[in-house]
Write a protein that binds this ligand. Structure first.
Ligand code: ADP
Ligand code: ZN
Length: 759
């Protein structure tokens, strides 16, 4: 739809990236009126500055059209946001209750959102190219008789195929600029500019692995996916090592190579999965744009352009790759669909898995949600028939699921041990130490996981392992120091901490995390000759840091890989025959309804790293709560039993997937003002929804489990309802209608719909 066919002025509705739920009207004068369609970027004046906005529609011109400010510039010939992307962004804005302009900004590469330079520079380099061929030797002798240097450079260019980057000639080959100038002045050589596409992955060495033939199970999945209906969602439930990647690759062969369509592959955190990315690159090479989190803005823009122009047809990346500007999408793959990192923690707080489903439905693609441990949400949708389930129940290539054993780490009572405990044995049990030693002697590799997610402290009995939980909820109580109390962050129950365990009367103790660095030191003292690599946020700051560490493991230069959650995913090393989990239960006790699910997923994933080769493997899980269903079911490799038990725990009080959830976080510099805002909001909200009391529940307000972040106090309330439309209305009421007092406390309200974490 064009704005005007007559060239008259029109009024353009522009969405600006501001925290305001409104669009703005601007006048497009004759020259621009025809250039603008919905999705076009426009530069407009806004409060004494320039902003880049997106045209989202038109308003009927009126007598007062002349009073509106004019659009300053229209930088692109084609709309930056096509119709399908605009539709996706509108859905997102409505569902997550975020201003459309903010959503649209997030859908474009950063370089396209700055008003100062609306048209990003592409990187160019200068190329020297021969323009005049000198075929006869005599001619050549004559021309260069007094310029031997020019002749050398000319002949070098010839040997390089007639052209070469100027930088290469001057810097690596040390020709002087004057020699090149001479050739240019004599019209023998010209300098031209060439756009360089910045693709840092091009430099990563290709590892070649053999391409496999699909097993019958894999083939059945590939066939079903290839025949999927437009918009159909598949849940590919395949145990660790069942060969899900090959299924994805074969599907892409059909979609991209045979049907000429495009595809998106989402991975949880791209830096952590170099092996998976390498496998895709090996098959599809240049057709892939890898949207790595460490790309510079320029590199990201280049990748965007290449996808937009159809030069690259597969986008591989973390959650924001769902916005890849591809047309004619045939498939969207969400690998490890249960991963929490698909949810963006800042506004717009979208879930990439949900967007994948909406985008696929709008554009007629199939969706593959792949996981060994599907999220309860996806599993329930598969059970109800909303998604179609495909299973890969066995490991491929002769591997078997590893044997998992539990090591009970409950402290011996004081009577048992006279000597002060050895710090190493507090961290690594005798059994795990013995297994590590044997693994080293065999010359195999081991992986040690230190589960360090979480900040909240809790109270646990040192003798029976019991963690103090809320009497009303199946949630552990969080220990707060000032004033000293234990709080349930779900129902607001609070109590005084006791020094004796209520269950067995033993001493209670507050638990806090243990650092990877500390464990690394203990290990290197105990195993002085072992080559230990540590992988955590501190050792992985560089662009290729993850890949470097994992490549070293792959080259067998590492005996023990020690790390946080980041080592649990996707790694495929056949010589890893031992996996140890140092403390399985840290995550279980976080005050979050998903903590058991996360723990189960983590244990299953990390256990899945062992025994991927013919040598087999074993897994040792150290825990103080060996009877917890997350641990028990992970040990038994029993996903179905876990889901049954976990689902029943989410019924009363209801939590997703039994109901839908929105978390509203109020924050400010002063605690009392923050608390007051939260209470006022809850009261107004309760009044506003009084009619629907049976359909929507408001819980709280209460302080957030992490009650202060970056000097801001935090309170929250939860809204629960099975009625999505009603929940949307309640969300809008809070976000759009609630008046937040201005002032020193700098109060803010943030809405998180379908939260993955309530901390
Ligand atoms: P998952 O992602 O399901 O854990 P992967 O896709 O990483 O599993 O595959 C596990 C291993 O099995 C990889 O080393 C892969 O190369 C190998 N593999 C996959 N499919 C086959 C097959 N059909 N035959 C033999 N080996 C296979
Ligand atoms: Zn409670």
């Amino acid at each position: 739809m064009r704005a005007s066919t007559t060239g008259a002025d029109v009024l353009v509705e522009v969405a600006l990236p501001l925290p305001l739920f409104t669009t703005f009207s601007y006048r497009a004068d004759g020259q621009y009126a025809n250039a603008i369609v919905p999705g076009t970027r426009v530069v407009v004046p806004f409060r004494n500055r320039k902003e880049i906005g997106i045209c989202v529609g038109f308003t009927e011109p009126t007598a007062t059209t002349r009073d509106y400010k004019s659009i300053i510039e229209v930088p692109d010939a084609e709309p930056a946001i096509d119709a399908a992307m605009l539709e996706l962004c509108r859905w997102m804005a409505a569902y997550y209750v975020v201003p459309l302009g903010v959503v649209l900004r997030g859908a474009l590469p950063a370089l396209m959102t700055g008003a100062a330079a609306p048209t990003p520079q592409q990187k160019v380099r200068r190329i020297a190219a021969i323009t005049n061929e000198l075929s006869s030797l005599m001619h050549r002798d004559r021309i260069f008789s007094r310029a031997p240097q020019q002749r050398a450079l000319y002949e070098l260019l010839e040997s390089l195929g007639g052209h070469s980057p100027v930088e290469h000639l001057l810097e690596q080959l040390s020709f002087s600029p004057s020699v090149l100038k001479g050739l240019v002045a004599r019209n023998l050589v010209e300098i031209r500019l060439e756009v360089v596409s910045r693709d840092p992955f091009a430099a990563r060495p290709q590892t070649s692995t053999r391409r496999h033939f699909p097993t019958p199970d894999q083939q059945a999945a590939i066939d079903a996916l290839s025949a999927g209906a437009p918009g159909e969602v598949f849940l590919l439930h395949g145990i660790t090592g069942s060969g899900k990647t090959l299924v994805y690759i074969e599907l892409l062969e059909r979609v991209v190579r045979e049907r000429g369509q495009t595809a998106i592959v989402l991975v949880p955190e791209i830096a952590l999965t170099p092996q998976t990315v390498d496998r895709f690159r090996l098959v599809f090479g240049d057709a892939i744009a890898v949207l790595h989190s460490a790309l510079s803005d320029g590199e990201r823009y280049d990748a965007w352009l290449a996808l937009r122009r159809g030069e690259k047809r597969i986008a591989v990346g973390a959650r924001s790759a769902i916005f890849a500007p591809l047309r004619n999408i045939g498939a969207i793959i969400v690998d490890e669909e249960h991963e929490g990192s698909y949810k963006q923690a800042e506004s717009p707080r979208y879930h990439a898995r949900e967007l994948a489903i909406v985008r696929a439905r709008n554009e007629g693609a199939v969706v593959v949600l792949g996981s060994a441990t599907p999220s309860l949400e996806s599993w329930t949708n598969a059970e109800s028939g909303k998604y179609r389930r495909l299973s890969l129940p066995d490991r491929v290539g002769g591997g078997r699921l590893p044997k998992i054993e539990i090591v009970n780490m409950r402290r011996p009572t004081a009577r048992d041990s006279q000597a002060p405990p050895d710090p190493f044995t507090l961290v690594v049990s005798d059994q795990l130490e013995r297994e590590l030693r044997e693994c080293l002697t065999r010359g195999d590799q081991s992986i040690l996981l230190l589960n360090r997610r979480g900040y909240a402290s809790f109270v646990q009995c040192s003798q029976c392992g019991d963690v103090t939980t809320c009497p009303n909820c199946t949630i552990s109580l969080t220990y707060h120091r000032t004033p000293e109390r234990l709080v349930c962050h779900y129902c607001l129950h609070h109590e005084e901490p006791t020094s004796r365990c209520k269950r067995c009367g033993g001493d209670t103790l507050r638990r806090r995390g243990l650092g990877t660095q500390q464990v690394e030191r203990l290990l290197s003292e105990r195993f002085p000759t072992a080559r230990i690599a540590r992988m955590d946020v501190d050792t992985t700051t560089g662009k290729w840091a993850h890949a470097d560490i994992l490549d070293r493991v792959g080259r067998r230069e590492v005996d023990i890989l020690l790390g946080t959650q980041m080592i649990a995913k996707g790694l495929d090393f056949p010589d890893v025959t031992l996996v140890g989990v140092i403390d399985a239960d840290v995550g279980i006790n976080l005050p979050d309804f998903r903590s058991s699910e996360r723990c189960f997923q983590l244990l299953s994933q990390v256990a899945g790293r062992a025994g991927r080769g013919p040598k087999g493997g074993r897994v040792l899980i150290q825990t103080r709560v060996p009877g917890h269903h997350a641990v028990v079911c992970a040990v038994a490799h029993d996903y179905t039993r876990f889901v049954e038990q976990e689902l029943s725990g989410r019924e009363d009080p209801p939590y997703p997937p039994v109901t839908r959830l929105a978390n509203v976080v109020f924050s400010g510099l002063q605690e009392s003002a923050t608390e007051k805002l939260a209470s006022d909001a809850a009261e107004r909200l309760r009044r506003a929804i009084a009619k629907h009391r049976n359909e929507i529940t408001v819980v709280g307000p209460a302080p957030c489990p992490i009650e202060r972040v970056k000097t801001r106090w935090r309170w929250h309330l939860l809204m629960k309802s099975s009625n999505s439309a009603l929940l949307t209305r309640a969300c809008r009421f809070l976000v759009e209608r609630l008046e937040v007092p201005k002032g020193r406390s700098q109060l803010r309200v943030a809405l998180d719909r379908d939260p993955v974490s309530l901390l």
